[in-house]
Design a protein around this ligand. Structure first.
Ligand code: HEC
Length: 117
C-alpha cells in the first residue's frame, strides 16, 4: 500500500509540473505582448509590425517581425539587450544596456517573440 501511495504521488507531481510550466509560459507571453505594445515600456510597435499588429508610431524604422519562433532564445535576448553586438549600425536602441527594460521584462519579450511566426 505504501508503495502505491508513493507511485500515485510521483504520478501526480509528474503530471502537474508540465501544466504549471505551460501556465507560466502563457503568462510570460502575455506580459511580453504588453511590453511590446505599451509606449512607455518596450514600445516595439512604434518600429515593428508583428503578429497582425500594425505599426503604431512614426514607424518604418524596423522590419516587420516574422519567423522569430525559429530564433534561439539567446539570440532574441541579445537583440533586445543590445542590437549593436550583431549590427553595429542598428537603428534599434539597446533596451537592456540602457536600463530601460530589466532582465525579467526581456525574458517576457523573448517568450512573446517566440510566438511570432
Ligand atoms: C527605433 C526603432 C526600433 C524600436 C523602438 C525597436 N526596434 Fe527592433 N529593430 C529596429 C531596426 C532598424 C532593426 C533592423 C536592424 C537590426 O537588426 O538591428 C530591428 C531589428 C529587430 C529584430 C531582428 C529582426 C530580424 O528579422 O532580423 C528583433 C527581433 C527586434 N528588432 C525586436 C524588437 C523588440 C522586441 C523591440 C521592443 C523592445 C524593438 N525591436 C524595438 C528598430 C527598432
Amino acid at each position: 500500500m505504501q508503495q502505491i501511495k508513493h507511485w500515485l504521488l510521483a504520478a501526480a507531481v509528474g503530471l502537474s509540473l508540465p501544466v504549471a510550466a505551460t501556465a507560466g509560459t502563457a503568462d510570460l507571453v502575455k506580459e511580453g505582448e504588453k511590453i511590446f505594445t505599451t509606449k512607455n515600456l518596450g514600445n516595439c510597435l512604434s518600429c515593428h509590425a508583428a503578429n497582425g499588429k500594425k505599426i503604431d508610431g512614426p514607424g518604418s524604422l524596423g522590419p516587420k517581425l516574422t519567423g522569430l519562433s525559429v530564433w534561439p532564445k539567446k539570440a532574441l535576448y541579445d537583440k533586445i539587450y543590445d542590437p549593436y553586438t550583431t549590427n553595429p549600425i542598428s537603428a534599434m536602441p539597446p533596451f537592456g544596456k540602457n536600463g530601460w527594460l530589466d532582465d525579467h521584462q526581456i525574458q517576457a519579450l523573448v517568450a512573446y517573440l517566440k510566438t511570432i511566426h
